[in-house]
Design a protein around this ligand. Structure first.
Ligand SMILES: Nc1ncnc2c1ncn2[C@@H]1O[C@H](COP(=O)(O)OP(=O)(O)OP(=O)(O)O)[C@@H](O)[C@H]1O
Length: 272
């Protein structure tokens, strides 16, 4: 998990100028995200070919698609970790302030020489009063059900517990946008399901805008309000998942939506 860039990029000389406004310490609410004509090329490889998307504040969006279709590239651009070749990207917060955005990766990236509480405190930076940091860390560790591990070393945690620490570190600054790049990809199936429940619960409680990149179509329909399928650099399907939360694994309506998404990814939907 890493702190999000907080920069104003300049596009290439021949590309339209665009801006990304994020502020790591803002406590404003969830942010809406708008992408217009977003393009990204690596040399001759045109990875994103005109992405147009509006993600309302507080929505949970999952991005799926074949390996190499550009999911991580899109997420990195959203988070300001990479610059698009052209196009526009805007974050809007309800109060008009700057958005606070964080990202969680598949690998938790904890600091082995810090205990759990201090790893989480890293997410707040070093400008806050120690008592405030302690209070915020304690609160977020309770939210991820790890309060009793506050003084533990990362090496003595399970994979799922480490990923919960990484989630707490991303959430401790109360981000308006949380980006998740395959955060549960390395976990065993049962741990993965309990982490999905946890993620769904913290999202409902905290109300941030979530963008999840995943290879797991079942995970996408279980968590998201909306699933975006990327194919050859474009959005090939934008499917609403209208089921209320909390959702049950094995729900037949979700299974039907999962089938439609799999067909869309594999190209077996006959063009529908
Ligand atoms: N820094 C880079 N330099 C050059 N090419 C890159 C770079 N990053 C990504 N690419 C290329 O962009 C394309 C999309 O990569 P990306 O990682 O976004 O795909 P993905 O859909 O997330 O894949 P996967 O599901 O396998 O993780 C690939 O062809 C990849 O080789």
């Amino acid at each position: 998990m890493t702190l999000i860039a907080h920069e104003r990029f300049q596009g290439a000389a021949d590309a339209p100028e665009y801006t990304i406004d994020t502020d790591r310490r803002a406590r404003s609410g969830a942010a809406a995200i708008t992408l217009k004509g977003l393009e990204k090329s690596f040399g001759a490889n045109r990875v994103l070919r005109g992405i147009n998307l509006h993600i309302p504040a507080g929505q949970f969006v999952a991005v799926i698609g074949k390996s190499g279709c550009g999911k991580s590239t899109l997420l990195r651009i959203l988070m300001g970790l990479d610059a698009p070749t052209s196009g526009e990207l805007a974050f809007d917060t309800p109060g008009g302030g700057e958005a606070n955005a964080r990202i969680a990766f598949q690998e938790p990236r904890l600091l082995p020489w810090l205990d759990v509480a201090d790893n989480v405190a890293v997410g707040l930076g070093d400008k806050l009063d120690r008592r405030i940091v302690a209070r915020e860390v304690e609160a977020v560790l309770s939210e991820v059900q790890l309060a009793e591990k506050a003084g533990e070393w990362p090496a003595r945690l399970s994979g799922g517990q480490r990923q919960r620490v990484a989630l707490a570190r991303a959430l401790v600054s109360r981000p308006g946008v949380l980006a998740l790049d395959e955060p549960l990809g390395a976990l065993d199936a049962l741990t993965r399901i309990s982490m999905q429940e946890l993620l769904a619960r913290v999202w409902r409680e905290l109300g941030f805008t979530a963008v999840l990149v995943t290879h797991d179509v079942s995970e996408a329909v279980h968590l998201a309000d909306r699933v975006i399928v990327l194919d050859e650099g474009r959005v090939s399907l934008d499917l609403a998942i209208p089921q209320p939360h909390p959702r049950r694994h094995g729900n037949p309506d979700l299974a039907e939506l999962e089938g439609r998404l799999l067909s869309a990814i594999l190209g077996t939907d006959g063009g529908h």
